[in-house]
Design a protein around this ligand. Structure first.
Ligand code: PEP
Length: 258
C-alpha cells in the first residue's frame, strides 16, 4: 500500500479582512511552493474573500489550494444567504469543509444536513473534508468512538465509491478546538485508528487505507511533530495557528517531513 500523501489545510473561520487575507495567503504560498511535491496544502478564507485570494494564488501560480468553510447542498434557487458547490467551483475552489464543529454546535447542523452537503460537494467534483469529533461531555461518557462512527456513517451513506478519492475525514475533538488543549498523540491515534477501522467496514480495505484522516484541535508548531508522527494521522486541519504565516508554515513543513 502506497504511503498516504500528507495534507494540511487552514481554516480561517470569520477572521481577516481583505488586505490581511491577501497578505496571509501570499506569505503562506511563498513558503509552500518548494514543498509541492511532498504535501497538499490549502486555506479556507471567509466566503467574501475567496475570489480575491483565489485570484492572487492563481497569479502566483501557487500550489496552495483554495478551500471553503461550508456550502449549501442545493445547486441554486431561493436560499437566501447560501452558497452552492457550483459557485465554489466557479471560483476555482478545491476543498470544502463539511460538518465543522462550529457549524454543528453553534449553528445547529444535523448529521443529515452534513450528509447532504458532503454528497453535494463530491457530486460537484470538489474535494470534501468531513469533520467529526466528540464534545467534552461525550468524551467523559466514553462515547468518542460511538460519536465519530455515527457522524461518519451518516455522511458516508450518500458517497459514491467513485468519489471516495476526494473525501478526507478530519477528526476534531470539540473540546480541543480553539482551546489550546490538544488531544494527546496517543488519543488522536486511537480515534483515527477507530475511524479507519470503520472505513474498512464501510468502504473496503483499499479505499480505507488510501483515505486521509486529518487531526484538528489546537495544533501548533510545538505539538505538530508528535501528532503527525502517529501512523493514522495524515496531516492537520488548523484553525488559530493558520492565521499566522510562520506558524502555519512550520506546521506544514513538519507534516511534509513526517
Ligand atoms: C478548527 O477550527 O478546525 C481548528 C482545528 O481550530 P484550532 O486549530 O484553533 O483548534
Amino acid at each position: 500500500m502506497a504511503k498516504r500523501r500528507p495534507m494540511v489545510v487552514g481554516n480561517w473561520k470569520m477572521n481577516t479582512d481583505r488586505a490581511s487575507a491577501l497578505r496571509l495567503a501570499l506569505d503562506v504560498a511563498a513558503g509552500v511552493d518548494s514543498l509541492r511535491a511532498e504535501i497538499d496544502t490549502g486555506v479556507c478564507p471567509p466566503f467574501v474573500y475567496l475570489d480575491a485570494v483565489g485570484r492572487a494564488l492563481a497569479a502566483a501560480n501557487s500550489a496552495l489550494a483554495l478551500g471553503a468553510q461550508d456550502m449549501y447542498f442545493e445547486p441554486n434557487g431561493a436560499f437566501t444567504g447560501e452558497i452552492s458547490a457550483e459557485m465554489l467551483r466557479d471560483l476555482s475552489c478545491t476543498y470544502v469543509l463539511t460538518g465543522h464543529s462550529e457549524r454543528r454546535h453553534v449553528l445547529g447542523e444535523s448529521d443529515e444536513m452534513v450528509a447532504r452537503k458532503t454528497e453535494a460537494v463530491l457530486d460537484a467534483g470538489l474535494h470534501c473534508i468531513l469533520c467529526v469529533g466528540e464534545t467534552l461531555e461525550q468524551r467523559k461518557a466514553n462515547q468518542t468512538n460511538e460519536v465519530n462512527e455515527r457522524r461518519a456513517r451518516a455522511a458516508l451513506k450518500g458517497v459514491k465509491p467513485s468519489s471516495l478519492s476526494r473525501l478526507t475525514i478530519a477528526y476534531e475533538p470539540v473540546w480541543a478546538i480553539g482551546t489550546g488543549v490538544s488531544a494527546t498523540p496517543a488519543d488522536a491515534q486511537d480515534a483515527h485508528e477507530r475511524i479507519r477501522d470503520l472505513l474498512v467496514r464501510v468502504v473496503g480495505q483499499d479505499a480505507a487505507q488510501s483515505m486521509r484522516i486529518l487531526y484538528g484541535g489546537s495544533v501548533k508548531p510545538s505539538n505538530a511533530a508528535e501528532l503527525f508522527a502517529q501512523p493514522d494521522v495524515d496531516g492537520g486541519l488548523i484553525g488559530g495557528a493558520s492565521l499566522n504565516a510562520e506558524d502555519f508554515l512550520s506546521i506544514i513543513r513538519t507534516a511534509a517531513a513526517s
